[in-house]
Every structure is written in structure tokens, then in C-alpha cells.
Ligand binder design. Structure first.
Ligand code: 13P
Ligand code: 13P
Ligand code: MG
Ligand code: MG
Length: 388
């Protein structure tokens, strides 16, 4: 293998159906997907793979030498999901085929439903990576941890004391509503960066680069299914790949932000906020109020294009207190029932009866300007319908 040969990591995920609600992937669907990937490995299309799940999302982690956005690799993932969907339909699983928005593959899996995070690089002598996979949330859920990992010296000591990281990192931020992107540099543009990524439903960190040499450091899946399909069909449960060590943040600096179970959107019916709970694979199932939102972190070494591992990083007592705090936050939020800010705002809700309620009540609403004492600017009811 030539020294400069680039290895590609592709993490492609889809919800193709689950057992007993949006809870957990069925092992037979994982087997079906694994068979497709094993055959592709035998044929030399991919170098190695690992199939897993978090909650109701089926995850394909693959290495190969075909670069990002390879039609061959995307088609392979599509076929794996199709085979898994067949099994899901045979078993009568819930929401079988949920994330596959199209019947036919058209050269690139992006825009068809599955979430995609891919990066390519020339391997370092030792190449540790962490693959994060979350259920019951959205791509912007990684904004806060990514900020802490790559821009906050109170989280990442290396930003201060490692000369290879001291110049900082650049963040590629997507506006998922307008389909635009901007690159912002840390530390010099921190406040502009925060002004955007503090609205994680709209501004999503897509990639992070090391400024000194533009090396890729992290990539996130940015698909927002409801924006693709124009209607509710799941909450875009995201995946992320982060490179660790030797000029990138240490493994423990990358995991550290997840010790704070920050609030994310996407719990129950994609319409509630909840704490993001870091768990090992054995707890990667969504039960309580279909959650709380969970995230798994798998560590691998990438060596000569092969995945070595994984190690299940959140399966550790060191995150017990985080999980306990997440439970307490979950209790606290749940007591709000259908009230905001537990329930998302009307413009973000994936599920809403508000238009129907407003329609039914429209003749019963009567003028109340006298009661208000002022004439408000008239707002159309659609503005509150959640479908702007
Ligand atoms: P159903 O409407 O399919 O029962 O799903 C509700 C739900 O859990 C989706 O978020
Ligand atoms: P998924 O997006 O994981 O399918 O979950 C749907 C949901 O909102 C369940 O409450
Ligand atoms: Mg589901
Ligand atoms: Mg899911």
C-alpha cells in the first residue's frame, strides 16, 4: 500500500424498522445488513465493516479506499438497508422502511433518507477514531460537544498545552434551512460561531478541520429527514466521526463534553427536549417516553484500512453520575407534560394537532383587542402550525 493512500471511513445509518415501537433494532435485520457487507468485503469493495445499532437506528461502519460520496459505497449501504427492510417487513416490525424515502437508488444515498458521515485521510502511524451514534435527537445535538472538544480550553487541555493543536480549529457550519454553509475559525471567531450554533435546529456543525494543515478532525451526518420529505418521518438521529490523539484532542477530551447531559431536541414523537444520556451498547435502547435521547461512542484504531475494535467507551462507571443526572433531568422535564420548553416550540414540532385545533376553533375565536388594550400585529395561524 502506498504511503499516501487515503483510507475512507463511512458511517451510514437508517431506521428500517424496530421491535415494539421505536425502541430497538431487531437482530435479524442486523444480520441481513451484515450479510450484504460481508459479501462486499469478500469482493474487495470495502476493506472492513462493523454493523451495530443504537435504539431503532441501524448503523453501518465501513472502511474502504473509494473516497467520500462514492456511488459504489452508497449503493452498497442502500442495498444493505433494503435487505434489512425486507426482513423487517417479513417480521412485521414497527415502521419498517421508515427512513428509506425512495424505492430506487440514484447514485448517492444522501437525500434518500439515511444519515451519512464520511471522512478520508492518510492514516497516521496509529489512527484512533471515535464513532458517535445517537437516537431520538438531531444532528445539531453534536454542536455543543464539538464546540467544547475543539474550541473550549476548559474542556480540551491540548488547545493550550499541545503545540500541534495550539493554532485551533475551523468549523464548517451548515444552515440546513437555506442550504448554505460558512467556515468559522476558533479562537478568533468564537462569538460568531456560538451565535450560530446555539440554534442547533438550523445551524449544524458539519465538519471540523485543524487550522494549521486543514486536516479533517470531525464530521457529522447532517440529513434532516423532515426537511427532505417535507413532513414528519423520524428525527434525523445523527452519527459523527472524530479523530483522536497525536495532534487532535485526546480520547478523553473528546468524551468529556458528554459528561454533561445537555438538552437536545427529538425525544418522544420528535417533539420534546430531553437530556442526552451517554450509554454503552447494552443500554442503547429507548424505553422511557421513547428515550431519553441516547448516545453511544465506539472507539476504533484504523490500521491499513481496517477497523480494529471497537471498544464501547460509555460502558463505564465513570459515566454513572452523568446517567443519574440525566434521569433526574428527565424526571424534572417530564413533569411539564405537554408544556414548553419540554415540548418543542410550534415551529419545531414534528407532530402537531395545532392546525386542526385552530381550524376547529376558528369560528369560536372572537375579537379581544379591547381586552388587550392594543391592536396586535395580525399573525397568520400557519405561523404557529409548525410547518413554516
Ligand atoms: P405512530 O404515530 O406511528 O404511532 O408513532 C408515534 C411515534 O412514536 C413517532 O414519533
Ligand atoms: P425515531 O426518529 O427514532 O424513529 O423515533 C420516533 C419517535 O419520535 C419516537 O417517539
Ligand atoms: Mg423509528
Ligand atoms: Mg431513531
Amino acid at each position: 500500500m502506498s504511503e499516501q493512500r487515503k483510507t475512507t471511513i463511512s458511517v451510514i445509518k437508517a431506521d428500517i424498522g424496530s421491535i415494539a415501537g421505536h425502541h430497538k433494532v431487531h437482530p435479524d435485520t442486523m444480520l441481513a445488513a451484515s450479510r450484504v457487507l460481508a459479501e462486499a468485503k469478500r469482493k474487495g469493495i470495502i476493506k472492513s465493516f462493523y454493523v451495530t445499532h443504537v435504539g431503532d437506528d441501524l448503523q453501518l461502519i465501513m472502511t474502504h479506499f473509494k473516497g467520500v460520496n462514492s456511488p459504489e459505497i452508497h449503493e452498497l449501504a442502500w442495498n444493505a438497508f433494503k435487505e434489512a427492510t425486507k426482513v423487517a417487513k417479513e417480521l412485521g416490525l414497527y415502521a419498517a422502511g421508515q427512513d428509506l424515502l425512495s424505492d430506487a437508488f440514484s447514485g448517492n444515498i444522501r437525500g434518500l433518507g439515511p444519515g451519512v458521515a464520511e471522512m478520508e485521510f492518510v492514516e497516521r502511524p496509529a489512527e484512533p477514531i471515535i464513532v458517535f451514534m445517537a437516537d431520538k435527537t438531531e444532528p445539531g445535538a453534536f454542536n455543543l460537544p464539538l464546540y467544547k472538544i475543539f474550541a473550549d480550553p476548559f474542556n480540551t487541555a491540548g488547545l493550550v498545552i499541545d503545540p500541534r493543536m495550539h493554532d485551533g480549529f475551523a468549523f464548517e457550519v451548515l444552515d440546513v434551512y437555506e442550504g448554505r454553509r460558512v467556515i468559522l475559525k476558533a479562537p478568533e471567531e468564537l462569538y460568531d460561531l456560538l451565535a450560530l450554533i446555539g440554534t442547533p435546529g438550523r445551524y449544524v456543525i458539519k465538519r471540523v478541520f485543524r487550522k494549521k494543515d486543514n486536516e479533517i478532525a470531525a464530521v457529522v451526518s447532517s440529513e434532516r429527514l423532515n426537511l427532505i420529505a417535507g413532513k414528519y418521518i423520524g428525527k434525523d438521529d445523527p452519527v459523527m466521526i472524530v479523530r483522536a490523539q497525536s495532534g487532535f484532542p485526546a480520547m478523553g477530551e473528546i468524551l468529556e463534553p458528554f459528561s454533561f447531559p445537555h438538552l437536545v431536541a427529538g425525544w418522544m414523537r420528535g417533539s420534546h427536549h430531553g437530556p442526552l444520556m451517554p450509554v454503552g451498547l447494552k443500554d442503547a435502547k429507548c424505553t422511557r417516553f421513547d428515550g431519553p435521547p441516547r448516545v453511544v461512542a465506539l472507539g476504533f484504531q484504523v490500521h491499513n484500512g481496517e477497523l480494529v475494535g471497537p471498544t464501547d467507551l460509555f460502558d463505564d462507571v465513570a459515566f454513572d453520575e452523568t446517567r443519574r443526572l440525566a434521569q433526574q433531568i428527565a424526571d424534572y422535564l417530564r413533569r411539564h407534560g405537554p408544556f414548553m420548553p419540554h415540548r418543542l416550540g410550534p415551529e419545531e414540532m414534528e407532530y402537531t394537532t395545532l392546525p386542526q385545533v385552530l381550524e376547529r376553533l376558528k369560528d369560536r375565536f372572537e375579537a379581544a383587542e379591547e381586552e388587550l388594550g392594543y391592536k396586535p400585529i395580525i399573525r397568520k395561524s400557519e405561523e404557529l402550525s409548525g410547518k413554516q
